[in-house]
Ligand binder design. Structure first.
Ligand code: SF4
Length: 331
């Protein structure tokens, strides 16, 4: 057991996860640190392949046992380290305490089971005071279905992408989790449906007082919905702080690049500017700062690892453009 401050629900400390292949282990995340406070929305931002989803699957112990390993770290959830719990203890937490919404609802749902049978499954594995049928009916109505019975009779292929994502949200909330991990929950949806789903999630988060980790590549969404945010690149967190201030004034060149790559409302004068190149695969990161091959501001010092510094109160950045105070004293 470990004491954590009462407003912190989850504290991730120095988390490094690795994948095994051909007898070798390759680190895919390294030294990841963040905390989730009670009732807050926390944005985890970065391009595909930066380690956001792997981090969340690792916390829930959903990575393949034979192909992955925890190289270091802790995930303190209400005083218990999720990474040290038995399989049985973890099964008790998954769904009832911490739930996840996946990017692709059609891939996450079983095509051979009706929605009713899929929504009843969590109640078979967790104690529940009350009527599962009533809880399912209430939640389906809450996520926007006026005729839940019709949805319950359906198989996944009979519902649209937006309907499936609403079913997935209801599924994740059935047991009233304290923490919801939402992994790009609107990526597979039309733009108009995306906005509806995000508004719905925000409403439910406020109503239920849940904490939410919102995984996305879109800094605008984070600023709109999250209280705090961390930016991940190549398996490491490289900037974290207040979500709105991070959008208004990103400090790290990668965070700035993510913002510049987004379309702006005034279009012609601010055409989206993609970050050149792509995230290197795990095991092929450059030495020193992992962003240096793509960074427009790279200089000699970037061949060594940048240390964390706080260029602004509450904003932490790992970049040589913001020298650590102890290094400034030496100069
Ligand atoms: Fe760019 Fe250097 Fe900062 Fe890395 S440490 S983001 S290469 S300026």
């Amino acid at each position: 057991m470990r004491e954590t401050s009462s407003d912190v629900l989850l504290r991730v400390e120095n988390l490094s996860l690795g994948f095994r292949s051909n007898g070798r282990v390759t680190a895919v995340t390294e030294g990841v640190n963040f905390e989730i406070r009670r009732g807050e929305v926390f944005g985890l931002v970065g391009e595909s392949g930066c380690g956001k989803t792997v981090t969340c699957l690792g916390l829930l112990r959903l990575l393949p046992v034979a192909g992955s390993t925890v190289l270091s770290g802790h995930a303190w959830y209400q005083g218990r380290d999720l990474l040290k719990l038995s399989t049985e203890e973890m099964r008790g937490i998954r769904g009832s305490e911490i739930a996840m919404i996946f990017q692709e609802p059609s891939a996450a749902l079983n095509p051979l089971l009706t929605i009713r049978n899929q929504l009843l499954l969590p109640f078979k594995h967790h104690p529940y005071d009350g009527s599962p049928e009533k809880r399912i009916d209430d939640l389906l109505r809450r996520v926007g279905f006026s005729d839940p019975e019709r949805v319950l009779r359906s198989y996944p292929h009979e519902l649209s992408g937006g309907m499936l994502q609403r079913v997935m949200i209801a599924h994740a909330l059935l047991l009233g989790p304290k923490l919801l991990l939402a992994d790009e929950p609107t990526t597979a949806l039309d733009v108009t449906v995306q906005a509806q789903i995000l508004e719905l999630l925000a409403e439910l988060q406020r109503e239920m007082g849940m904490s939410v980790v919102m995984i996305t590549h879109n800094l605008n969404l984070v600023a709109q919905y999250a209280n705090r945010a961390a930016v991940m690149y190549a398996g490491r967190i490289i900037e974290e702080g207040n979500a709105t201030r991070l959008l208004e004034d990103p400090k790290h060149p990668y965070s700035r690049g993510l913002l510049d790559a987004l379309p702006k409302l005034d279009g012609a004068t601010h055409a989206p500017k993609p970050i050149p190149g792509s995230v290197p695969p795990a095991g092929h990161y450059p030495s020193g700062c992992r962003f240096r091959d793509r960074c427009p501001q790279a200089f000699d010092a970037c061949k060594t690892d940048p240390t964390w510094t706080e260029p602004q109160a509450g904003r932490h950045v790992a970049c040589h453009l913001y020298p650590h105070p102890s290094l400034m004293e030496v100069r």
